[in-house]
Design a protein around this ligand. Structure first.
Ligand code: DAH
Length: 341
């Protein structure tokens, strides 16, 4: 029986060395040291031995069991480590694969256009002045020389709040009065940018929400020549030095005289095309000399002070600059449109 034990031991060690995965190890254990395993079966036969041989065989058997148990544990550790390594190698990140690109945000085209405008006027010594989006009738209309019931109010249909006489500003011109109240008696040279709101039919040419950049200059010797020089410089910086400019007489309650400024059409260079409606000119802003009533409402004596003002629509500036034909694109948040700029 001792030889059987040796034989079984050697066979088992050999089989163990061939068990290459967890399943094979489990099978080996069951067939060797398990309840019906070869070693267990040998142990059961101890009763067949003569009584004097039993203790020695018992000792041998225990030693064999112990050796096999230890061999099993060593093999198990080796197999598990190999399996883990194989798994890690299989799951490893392939650093040669192309990476995922991160989406980068960008500035809205109107933000960019506004910043172009700030830069140009900033170079000419203008400061940015902020005035509120929610305005009173007084600042939005009355102090700008629109008396109650004046027909010019019809050009700017307003959104009213539930508080009487409080509206969403229809233009940034109210900022003129606020700036004058704040700066008096110093000279003023500001631009007032911001969102404006009008209760209008939304079409390709008009939105209920749009931006404006107001400009106001007040001082002792301000003339129409300053207005022309400043705004012509703006047009050249914005659209290129080869652009022609012209001023057409117009009407605004808060300026006298009032004008609109056109630039020569950059598509046809003044020859006439669909964009300029065959006039050769594109209107880009309204302007004028500050009306004496408005200077007075701002606290400045119109006998001593003069001023000019202007109002620019950045959406319009951008539409002309980039050839955009529908104003609704700006605030409808369609990334296919916005990503182009
Ligand atoms: N507030 C005018 C508008 O919304 C634009 C404007 C025109 C502003 C002439 C001015 C100006 O300051 O002088 O239509």
């Amino acid at each position: 029986m001792a030889t059987d034990l040796d034989k079984t031991f050697n066979e088992s060690v050999e089989k163990l060395s061939m068990a290459a995965d967890t399943a094979a190890l489990e099978t080996w254990y069951r067939e060797t040291l398990g309840k019906k395993g070869s070693i267990t079966l040998l142990a059961r036969q101890i009763g067949k031995l003569p009584a004097e041989d039993r203790p020695q065989f018992g000792q041998q058997l225990n030693q064999v069991k112990k050796n096999l148990q230890e061999a099993f544990e060593r093999r198990e550790t080796a197999v598990k480590t190999a399996e883990l390594e194989a798994k890690l190698a299989g799951d490893a990140i392939d650093v040669t694969m192309p990476g995922r690109t991160r989406l980068r945000g960008g500035l809205h085209i109107i933000t960019k256009t506004m910043r172009d405008i700030y830069r140009i006027f900033g170079d000419m010594g203008f400061q940015i002045y902020r005035s509120p989006d929610v305005e009173t009738d007084k600042y939005n209309f009355e102090l700008l020389n629109f008396p109650p019931h004046h027909p010019a109010r019809d050009m700017q249909d307003s959104f009213y709040t539930t508080t009487p006489d409080v509206i969403l500003r229809t233009h940034t011109s109210g900022g003129q009065i606020r700036a004058m109240h704040e700066y008096y008696p110093e000279p003023v040279r500001v631009i007032v940018p911001g969102m404006c709101y009008r209760n209008e039919q939304i079409t390709a040419r008009s939105e209920i929400q749009f931006t404006q950049v107001e400009g106001l200059v007040v001082g002792h010797h301000i003339t129409f020549a300053d207005l022309k020089g400043t705004l012509t410089e703006f047009a050249h910086r914005m659209y290129g030095p080869q652009r022609q400019t012209r001023f057409r007489a117009s009407y605004f309650p808060f300026t006298e005289p009032s004008a609109e400024m056109d630039v020569s059409c950059f598509l046809c260079d003044g020859d006439g095309c669909q964009v300029c409606k065959y006039t050769g000119w594109l209107e880009i802003l309204g302007c004028g000399m500050v009306h004496p009533n408005v200077l007075r409402n701002g606290g400045y004596d119109p006998q001593i002070y003069f001023g000019f003002a202007f109002g620019i629509g950045p959406e319009r500036i951008a539409m002309l600059k980039y050839g955009i034909d529908d104003i609704r694109q700006f605030w409808s948040n369609d990334l296919r449109f916005l990503r182009q700029f």
